[in-house]
Design a protein around this ligand. Structure first.
Ligand SMILES: NC(=O)c1ccc[n+]([C@@H]2O[C@H](COP(=O)([O-])OP(=O)(O)OC[C@H]3O[C@@H](n4cnc5c(N)ncnc54)[C@H](OP(=O)(O)O)[C@@H]3O)[C@@H](O)[C@H]2O)c1
Length: 284
């Protein structure tokens, strides 16, 4: 163990004052009674930042877990996302009101535009609607997901409001250095989706396994610690309570230069999980 043994997880602060814990919890595919039990377990295991979306069909599941957990509502930061098919003003208003009804909450802490869908080209209207609903108090903080600098620049130019968060695919194989630097420059917190690249092969990667063995921790723990040091917020999903605990327990070791170099070497132009170019990806 090093001098950083049992350090607590840091917080990150966005340009609008939003404070987020350094690791959140993804809920994609957690649905129904089993999903609700898994999310309630995550809350009781210490997660305070939850990530959902209209398109995950699980906002009711997330709301149920929040209500059943006994964790005070004000301690939880719940996120949802607006799908591409509802970018126009009236449908966006209805969708966000429906999110509140499904979750049975008075407000949602963080609402993101899920994808820019620039071919439909309605994301500025969606952003203006999020600003309006923030002013109404239905959502507390607003952000985007899968946005490139060109999309964010346009939001700022046309509305004067910079997103607090940009949630993007980011992991050791796809480090998104330019986009992360852009977010940092504008006080935008970068959240990382698929931070474990969906588990699986990542936990078997010989480079990652070797760093993990050196520190006496698991491959997943070194990947999540890499995220914390990189300055993004990973939102790993796990239905497994023991893994939920493992994934928050990442501050009992420190990387040395050799470890940092090993992780830097994993970044690859082919590292993306699937073809998700925000300029052309259509997610409705
Ligand atoms: N904005 C977007 O467009 C977008 C896109 C994709 C995802 N997301 C969000 O990002 C979240 C996370 O991404 P993701 O779900 O795609 O992938 P992920 O978090 O990278 O990986 C999840 C997978 O890793 C496994 N896993 C978790 N902890 C583990 C551990 N300690 N050891 C071994 N395996 C482990 C999980 O298995 P078990 O569950 O069986 O434990 C699951 O199969 C999603 O849930 C969602 O909220 C957002």
């Amino acid at each position: 163990m090093t001098s950083s043994e049992n350090q607590t997880l840091p917080n990150l602060t966005a340009n609008d004052g939003l404070v987020l814990p350094a690791i959140g919890f993804g809920t994609y595919k957690l649905r129904g009674f089993d999903g609700s039990t898994a999310i309630e377990s995550a809350l009781n295991n210490g997660y305070r930042l939850l990530d959902s979306a209209v398109n995950y069909d699980n906002e009711g599941t997330v709301g149920k877990a929040i209500h059943q957990s006994g964790v005070p509502r004000e301690d939880i930061i719940v996120t949802s996302k607006l799908p591409g098919r509802y970018h126009n003003h009236d449908q966006a208003v209805e969708t966000i009101e429906e999110s509140l009804l499904r979750m049975d909450l008075d407000y949602i802490d963080l609402y993101l535009i899920h994808w820019p869908n620039p071919i439909e080209n309605q994301y500025v209207e969606a952003w203006q609607t999020l600003i309006e609903l923030k002013d109404r108090g239905l959502i507390k903080h607003i952000g985007v997901s899968n946005f490139l600098p060109e999309h964010i620049d346009r939001l700022v130019k046309e509305t004067g409001v910079t997103p607090a968060v940009n949630q993007i695919q980011l992991h050791p194989y796809w480090q998104q250095q330019d986009l992360k630097a852009y977010d940092d420059k504008h006080g935008i917190i970068t959240e990382a989706w698929s931070p474990l690249r969906r588990g699986g092969e990542t936990v078997k990667d010989p480079t990652i396994v070797s760093v993990a063995q050196k520190h006496g921790v698991t491959p997943t723990q070194v990947v999540l610690r890499w995220h914390v040091d990189y300055g993004d917020i990973p939102i790993p999903k796990s239905a497994t309570p023991s893994r939920q605990i493992e994934n928050l327990d990442v501050m009992s070791f420190d990387f040395d230069d050799e470890d940092r170099a090993a992780f830097a070497g994993l970044d690859s132009p082919d590292g993306s999980r699937g073809d998700f170019d925000p300029r052309s990806h259509q997610e409705m």
